[in-house]
Design a protein around this ligand. Structure first.
Ligand code: NCD
Length: 326
C-alpha cells in the first residue's frame, strides 16, 4: 500500500548547488531539465520537513507575492498564499478581477506592470493560452503561471510528479494512465510533458472528443515513450501504477450539449478499485464533480488529498527558488 507520509527525502540533490532559478519565470514545464526538476523536488522535500517540524520560517520576510487570478481557484490560490506566508512573506490577493481595474478595461500588461511596483513575484491564472508568457515579457519580476486556459499548469505538474514519487518511491518503470478530459485539462498537459523525462508507459483514456492534443502526444512519442489510447478505463485499471483522473472542463465547451454528452463518462468506484493493483496511486488535481465516488476516499491508494497538500511544499520551493533564497 502507498505510504501516507514517510517524511523521507525523495531526491538527494543539495539545494545550494543549483541557483539557476533566481529571477526566472515559471510558464511551462518544457523549461525544466531533469536537473531543474530534481532540484525543485529536493527543495520541496526540505519545505515539507520544515513545515512538519516548525510550521514556518522567515526566509522570505519582507518579500511580497501578488496572486492575480482571472479564473476561479481554491487549491492553487490558497496554497500559494499559504506557501508565501509560511516562508514569512506577505500576499496581495486579487482573486476577483471584477473588483480590480481589469473591469475598467485595463490590459494584462498594464495590470502586471502595476503589480510589480508593489510585489517581488507574481502568480497569474488566466483563461488564455500563453497569457503567462505575455505577462513575463512585460514584467521584470518573476511570473509564475497558475494555469493558462487549456494550455499548461506547470506548478500542478510539478506537484503531481512530487506526489507520484512520494506515493510510489519511483517514476521510472511505471505505467501511468490519464483519464477524462485530456483535451482541455491543462494539468494533464503539464504532467504528460514532465513524465516524458522518465522511462514510463502512458495510456490516455478518454472519449474520442476529449483526446489529448496531437502535439503533446507527438512529444511523448518523440521522447520514446510508448503511448496507448482507449476510451475504456476498465482496460487499464488492473495494470496502471498511477491512475490520474480529471474533471470534464465544462467552462471550455462552446456548446453545452457536447459537455452533457460526455460529462458522466467515467466514475471510479470501490468496485473498480477492487480490480486495481494493491500498490498504486489514484490521483486527481481536484475539484472533482463525480469522476471519483466519495466511497473511494478512505482507500489508502486514494492520493488526491495528499496530492493537494504537496502543492504547498512545491510552491514554497518555487517561491524560494525564483527569489534566490532556496
Ligand atoms: C485544476 C485547474 O485549475 O486546471 N485545478 C487545480 O488547479 N488543482 C483542475 C480543474 O480545474 O479541473
Amino acid at each position: 500500500m502507498a505510504s501516507r507520509d514517510s517524511g523521507k527525502k525523495i531526491v538527494g540533490l543539495a539545494p545550494d548547488r543549483h541557483t539557476s532559478f533566481y529571477g526566472r519565470d515559471i510558464v511551462s514545464v518544457k523549461q525544466f531539465s531533469p536537473e531543474d526538476l530534481a532540484y525543485i523536488l529536493g527543495v520541496a522535500d526540505e519545505m515539507r520537513s520544515l513545515v512538519k517540524r516548525v510550521g514556518a520560517t522567515d526566509l522570505l520576510k519582507g518579500y511580497i507575492l501578488a496572486n492575480l487570478f482571472y479564473e476561479p481557484s481554491t487549491r492553487t490560490s490558497s496554497s500559494f498564499q499559504a506557501a508565501m506566508q509560511r516562508l514569512g512573506g506577505a500576499v496581495i490577493a486579487i482573486h476577483g478581477v471584477q473588483y480590480s481595474s481589469v473591469s475598467k478595461g485595463e490590459s494584462l500588461p498594464d495590470t502586471i506592470r502595476t503589480l510589480e511596483c508593489y510585489a517581488d513575484v507574481i502568480v497569474l491564472r488566466h483563461p488564455e493560452v500563453g497569457a503567462s508568457e505575455v505577462a513575463a515579457r512585460y514584467a521584470s519580476k518573476p511570473i509564475i503561471s497558475a494555469g493558462d486556459g487549456i494550455g499548461e499548469h506547470p506548478t500542478q505538474g510539478l506537484l503531481d510528479i512530487y506526489t507520484i514519487l512520494s506515493e510510489l518511491g519511483t517514476i521510472d518503470g511505471l505505467h501511468v494512465a490519464m483519464v477524462g478530459d485530456l483535451k482541455h485539462g491543462r494539468t494533464v498537459h503539464s504532467l504528460a510533458r514532465l513524465l516524458r523525462l522518465y522511462d514510463i508507459r502512458l495510456t490516455f483514456v478518454s472519449p474520442d472528443v476529449l483526446r489529448l492534443p496531437a502535439e503533446i502526444k507527438q512529444e511523448m512519442l518523440e521522447a520514446g515513450r510508448p503511448v496507448t489510447e482507449t476510451d475504456r478505463v476498465e482496460e487499464i485499471i488492473g495494470s496502471a501504477d498511477v491512475v490520474y483522473v480529471t474533471r470534464v472542463q465544462k467552462e471550455r465547451f462552446a456548446d453545452l450539449r457536447e459537455y452533457e454528452a460526455v460529462k458522466d463518462y467515467y466514475e471510479i468506484t470501490p468496485k473498480l478499485m477492487a480490480r486495481a493493483k494493491d500498490k498504486m496511486a489514484l490521483m486527481h488535481p481536484l475539484p472533482r464533480v463525480g469522476e471519483i465516488h466519495y466511497d473511494v476516499d478512505d482507500d489508502p491508494r486514494a492520493a488526491y488529498f495528499r496530492q493537494m497538500e504537496n502543492g504547498m511544499y512545491i510552491r514554497m520551493a518555487l517561491l524560494a527558488a525564483v527569489l534566490g533564497k532556496a
